[in-house]
Design a protein around this ligand. Sequence first.
Ligand code: FE
Length: 249
Amino acid sequence: MIFRQLYEPVSSTYTYLIGCEETGQAILVDPVVNAIDRDLHELSKLGMKLAYTVDTHIHADHITSALEMKKKVGSKIATPAIDGLPCTDVGIEDGTPFQVGGITLNPLHTPGHTDGHFAYIFQDRVLTGDALLIEGCGRTDFQNGHADTLYNSVTEKLFALPDDYLVYPAHDYHKRRVSTIAQEKDRNERLGQNKSLEEFREIMNNLNLPYPKFIDYAVPGNRKCGVCPDNLPKQLQEYCEQMTNSQQG
Ligand code: FE
């Protein structure tokens, strides 16, 4: 099985390429529209065909490449069924394995960052989306987010996974790439060390984060499985432009 973690610098997003060598099929989890060429290049280097794009949630900080990939290479779109997106080919449900070739993702509904958020367990690792980040977590003040709900998702579902499971988040703003369940139980500043719900609420209520600069474009675009708006201000255009750094040296 092939597993690649790819970093997109505009939104500090990690996209995961998972490939089945037997069938030549691959999936991309949380692909970013401005990194399409990079992702297609990775797939062609591996000799793999993109069968599905899969999103953990409706993103507010980048636009998914799901729709553009479908147009370019005919991949299908999988998103959480609970979000009810008409552009989706397959709705992912809690506890129902999602299978492509020899790849099996076990979806875990982990609301709180958004109400429809899913984490995906793959073998000895979990793609945690924005529910659990390395020594942090996604914000809970937009998209029907709720601190209490996120607390329950992390402490009852993600922290219930085996300690040695690897934690692969959707973002990291310090270029850290991987953690483990045990490490997050110990070192996560918001949820580790058996933080109480009251402590977590207090932390989340006092983050004083700025209004997300791309959210008003990203959410409607992602509800259509990844449409870049026509009216994007100049300072936000990098979110929809192709990455300029060529991987071909
Ligand atoms: Fe998010």
